[in-house]
Design a protein around this ligand. Structure first.
Ligand SMILES: [Zn+2]
Length: 146
């Protein structure tokens, strides 16, 4: 599949209601720190929720535990699923990629989801980060269909 097609295909991510609810409740349960994890599925349709440990235990950063990450990647692969999304929460800031997020996110494939708990009503948004070269960054908004 060409790069163009792949990008088009992932402009939309379908998330079942229960997984959406789990995303938000994971973010709430980790307060004041950021939550993080993976969503896996097939062809842009999420079917598995993999909450992970934020080893940074920080309200402003997250890092996966490499061992846990390895296990989740393997579990998803064993089910024949793709890792469609990397999610993390923003306890105090909007559902936008931070400067640091943009700097650290190098993979053009996953949808980077941010769960913002800044306001009473949680806000969840998806993005793709495409870096055609070292000096350019393209941020695309991905529609989340709940
Ligand atoms: Zn962030």
């Amino acid at each position: 599949m060409g790069e163009q097609q792949l990008q088009k295909q992932l402009r939309q991510l379908i998330i079942p209601q229960d997984i959406y609810a789990s995303l938000v409740s994971h973010a709430q349960s980790e307060l004041p720190n950021e939550s993080c994890g993976y969503l896996a599925g097939i062809a842009g349709e999420v079917s598995e929720f993999y909450p992970m440990t934020n080893v940074d235990s920080s309200p402003e950063h997250f890092s996966f535990d490499p061992k846990e990450q390895f296990k989740v990647v393997k579990a998803a692969r064993n089910k024949g699923l793709e890792l469609l999304s990397v999610y993390h929460s923003h306890p105090e800031t909007p559902a936008r990629l931070s400067e640091e997020d943009i700097r650290l996110f190098n993979d053009p494939n996953p949808v980077y989801i941010i769960v913002s708990l800044k306001d009473i009503q949680p806000e969840v948004k998806g993005f793709k980060v495409i870096k055609p070269n070292d000096n350019e960054v393209e941020i695309e908004t991905v529609t989340l269909k709940i």
